[in-house]
Design a protein around this ligand. Structure first.
Ligand code: ZN
Length: 179
């Protein structure tokens, strides 16, 4: 098993390679890897650098859902906990989007502490990218819809990490203030 920095570095490299060529929705169509870096960095700050496996899972959190990567490979390379965290935050892509969103709300309270933190960091990043200067009506509606759903998911994830909870609240306030 890799430890500490090596684990995080290996996760970052794998994520960058597997998500290569993918773009984010929203502002400037940034490379997808920017989202992964942001989520991992939010988690690193939230745990004050104390939980390398959580940060590695942050880098990898979309790799099963959005690339041709299996949980088994993550288990072999990064261990059970990292692979398990990524699996916990992987949506069932056979379901339509509206159902996937409902499942996230219902399932959130039953997730592990680590998965709850990844969920919150993911929602913070996804709200931030939807905050744009002088948004048009469609962008405003999309942001409000996303924030409303994210608040429902995060309601089931709170209480694990006070810094993350506060950062999410701050991000929602910024989103509302941007309209
Ligand atoms: Zn994500």
């Amino acid at each position: 098993m890799l430890s500490g920095l090596c684990l995080v570095s290996e996760a970052a490299e794998l994520a960058a390679r597997r998500h290569a060529g993918q773009q984010r929705k929203g502002r400037d169509e940034e490379p997808y890897v920017n989202h992964l870096a942001e989520v991992a960095n939010i988690l690193a700050a939230a745990c004050a650098g104390e939980d390398a496996e959580l940060v590695a899972a942050g880098w990898l959190h979309d790799v099963i859902e959005d690339t041709d990567t299996a949980a088994d490979e993550l288990t072999q390379r990064f261990g059970q906990r990292v692979a398990g965290l990524v699996e916990e935050v992987t949506d069932d892509m056979t379901l339509p989007k509206s159902e996937r969103r409902q499942v996230q709300v219902i399932a959130a309270p039953g997730k592990s502490a680590g998965a709850k933190q990844i969920k919150i960091a993911d929602k913070i990043s996804n709200i931030r990218v939807r905050i744009v200067f002088e948004p048009d009506l469609e962008q405003q509606l999309e942001l409000m819809e996303y924030v409303g759903w994210a608040e429902q998911v995060v309601a089931g994830c709170r209480g694990v990490n006070a810094r993350l909870d506060a950062l999410f609240d701050e991000t929602v306030a910024n989103a509302r203030g941007s309209l």
